[in-house]
Design a protein around this ligand. Structure first.
Ligand SMILES: Cc1cc2nc3c(=O)[nH]c(=O)nc-3n(C[C@H](O)[C@H](O)[C@H](O)COP(=O)(O)OP(=O)(O)OC[C@H]3O[C@@H](n4cnc5c(N)ncnc54)[C@H](O)[C@@H]3O)c2cc1C
Length: 393
């Protein structure tokens, strides 16, 4: 068993690490100051400027297949890259990516939605959650009714990431009410690609995080039959495919944040003197450091194991759920400890610790809550689809 990185993996990882240190981290004080004024931490122009700089070194389309001009990196490499990006709270991501399900569109849909999204000219959002259907996504009630060559969409979506900024949405609506009532969701829901100028509107939702999702309202929004992505009635499978695209990516980013937070905590502990000694000399603080380091290491291997399974073409769902659950739980414990190590300063907006504290809380909720991950993990075990011995058997 070889758990080391290949030369290529190390090179790419190190390049990202340097880029984050030299280009992204210096923006942190500005991002914090702007957010304190309730302004976006990074403007769209600044983000595109950074992305262009990365592109000059060939860093573009990390997840995008090479035939679409991307790097087509594998899952392990993606996890390593995401971890490095997670070391800064600056809301940066490399350019050149698009939602996985847009690759399943026909030629016209690719021209209209996929290619401009990869080029950064158009922004998408993914809309399945509704006020009455979150964890239980099969309970959606937004509906689309056929009218000649068109469909008329009505309903409300909520908590849609990027919904306020998106130029088009991938929206999921019931197109066969009878099958839907019978619980045949795999045949009753359809995915539509709907431009904003078709008439849907968005309303920003304030959250405890620095960026807010949006509610999307569809009132008699008319779209042509050609707006259907994939097959009519087969949208639920597309939604699951989108959500399952890489559950290891969220904990991978949190892993980077945890590494940085513990480094910050240790630096503070070495220099903060109380009762005549640095707090780093106190066992209470050392145990926080030790527990965090062990959990970070365990999280690293859960994330990399899930990613490795994806690359190996194995069924990675159990590992991905484990990484997502553990990452959400442990990242919240780590940031809480690091905030505690900083005392009163940890609670201020002078330092990014409280910002991370708020941001990491989301990890336990979206793309499958802790409880839903546990449900999946336990079900797989109890039904015999997975073993407590893991993939080694
Ligand atoms: C910031 C943010 C961004 C988001 N982005 C998107 C997006 O881009 N697109 C999108 O479609 N959605 C998005 N979501 C929605 C997100 O996926 C849902 O909020 C999440 O799936 C939980 O659904 P819910 O909020 O309806 O909670 P509920 O499903 O109502 O759950 C409430 C509580 O009950 C628990 N629970 C539910 N069912 C069970 C069960 N069977 N057993 C035990 N406990 C259970 C849950 O774990 C939770 O603790 C986003 C949410 C947030 C907050």
């Amino acid at each position: 068993m070889d758990l080391s990185l290949s030369e290529e993996e190390r090179e790419i990882r190190d390049w990202v690490r340097t880029f984050v240190r030299k280009e992204v981290m210096p923006l942190e004080p500005d991002v914090l100051a702007r957010e304190r004024r309730h302004e976006p931490g990074l403007s769209r122009e600044e983000l595109r400027g950074l992305q262009a700089k990365a592109q000059q070194s060939g860093f573009f389309g990390v997840h995008t297949p090479e035939e679409y001009g991307g790097m087509g990196l594998g899952a392990v490499m993606n996890a390593l890259v995401e971890t490095e990006l997670g070391r800064s709270f600056v809301p940066f991501k490399f350019g050149g990516d698009a939602d996985n399900i847009l690759y399943l569109g026909n030629d016209e849909q690719k021209q209209r939605h996929l290619l401009p999204t990869i080029a950064g000219e158009r922004r998408s959002c993914f809309a399945i959650t509704e006020p009455g259907a979150g964890s239980d996504a099969r309970a959606i009630s937004a509906r689309a009714e056929r009218d000649g060559d068109e469909w008329v969409i009505n309903g409300e979506k909520t908590f849609i990431t990027g919904g306020q900024e998106a130029d088009f949405c991938m929206v999921f609506a019931v197109t066969d009410a009878q099958k839907h009532r019978q619980g045949r969701t795999d045949e009753s829901v359809t995915c539509f690609l709907v431009d904003r100028d078709s008439g849907w509107r968005s309303e920003h939702i304030e959250t405890m995080g620095e960026w807010g999702p949006a509610a999307l309202v569809f009132e008699d929004v008319r779209v042509p039959h050609t707006a259907i992505l994939g097959e009519e009635g087969r949208g639920f499978q597309l939604a699951m495919r989108w959500i399952g695209k890489g559950r290891y990516m969220l904990p991978a980013r949190a892993l980077g944040a945890c590494e940085r937070l513990v480094e910050m905590g240790m630096e503070h502990a070495r220099t903060r003197v109380t009762f005549g000694e640095p707090i780093a000399d106190r066992q209470a603080i050392q145990w926080m450091v030790a527990d965090s380091a062990v959990e970070i290491e365990a999280l690293r291997w859960l994330v990399l194991c899930a990613a490795w399974q994806v690359d190996a073409g194995l069924d990675s769902r159990q590992s991905q759920s484990m990484a997502k659950l553990y990452g959400g739980q442990k990242a919240n414990e780590v940031v809480d400890r690091v905030l505690q190590m900083h005392g009163g300063m940890g609670y201020t907006r002078e330092l990014p610790v409280e910002r991370w504290y708020r941001e990491l809380r989301l990890l336990r909720i979206y793309e499958g809550t802790d409880e839903i991950q546990r449900r999946t993990i336990a079900r797989n075990l109890l039904k015999g689809h997975a073993s407590v011995r893991g993939h080694l058997g």
